[in-house]
Write a protein that binds this ligand. Sequence first.
Ligand SMILES: NC(=O)c1ccc[n+]([C@@H]2O[C@H](COP(=O)([O-])OP(=O)(O)OC[C@H]3O[C@@H](n4cnc5c(N)ncnc54)[C@H](OP(=O)(O)O)[C@@H]3O)[C@@H](O)[C@H]2O)c1
Length: 275
Amino acid sequence: MEWKDERILITGATSGLGEQLALKSAELGATLVLVARNLDELQRVKTSVQDRGGVAHVFRFDLHQYEQIPELYQQIKATLGDAPTVLINNAGYNAAGFIINTPAKVYEDNYRTNVFAPIAMMQSVLPDMLYQKKGYLVNIMSAAMHHAFPGISSYCSSKVALGSIHESLQIELASTSVKTLYVNPGSFRSRYFQNTRVDGRFKNYRYQSKAEHLRKDPRIVAEAIFKAMSDGQNHMDLSSYMDRIGHHLNYWAPRVLDWLLVRRNTEILKDRPYV
Ligand SMILES: NC(=O)c1ccc[n+]([C@@H]2O[C@H](COP(=O)([O-])OP(=O)(O)OC[C@H]3O[C@@H](n4cnc5c(N)ncnc54)[C@H](OP(=O)(O)O)[C@@H]3O)[C@@H](O)[C@H]2O)c1
């Protein structure tokens, strides 16, 4: 891919992986469109992009309002003077709480950002990509989709939904020039835990306490995503060996995995309202 010719649309570009994807895109010389809610943070990332000689257009937008994505997309096209050639559906957040007392609204809100917004983004950009006979659709998944964890059923199920939609799309687009990339980034440092919406009754929510130093630098993930696109790949997996073992156990020995997850999450499960 000749990155200087690419117009890359990144959602959730104000921190973590999205920010690093923006900086990497700038180094490669692509033109950028950055979408998130926090305008100050968008301006900060835009300045960093410009410091690297890049061009970025920022759009303050709440993906929760996914119904308005078609209008947002028209504004993006008008600003770029053309359609994006790469879409990276990166924005997402985690919602923590036990199923018994998590209102359906929490799931609905989480799915709006994590599932319905990526679908609406792809539906907006795809007709132009098919017309241009060129494009890359990238979705950021999670190890949480290979087996669920206690206390974050909303997040895990949202990633399963997005992953399944991505797999269907990949096959639907097989005879076209539009490519897809399924990214399982593994664990990396970001504001993911600070931004997790935690149910107030979930006092022992301790995912944060996992050793931060064991989490990857998001720059490594961003580099790998661009390398995968340059190589024309449709799948990349940076998840840990433990995540991969969990994935296989879930298929071959689900009871063993359940037993391990109960042991591994004893602190969190102390909050359980079921006893
Ligand atoms: N960190 C990990 O270990 C990990 C592992 C696996 C997968 N992931 C996935 O990686 C992706 C990036 O997460 P991250 O870890 O980099 O988290 P992060 O630092 O919290 O970044 C999330 C980004 O999404 C944006 N965002 C959230 N809700 C939004 C909304 N309603 N509308 C517009 N933008 C919104 C945020 O910007 P504003 O607040 O400015 O809107 C922010 O830029 C997510 O899909 C996450 O599920 C993360």
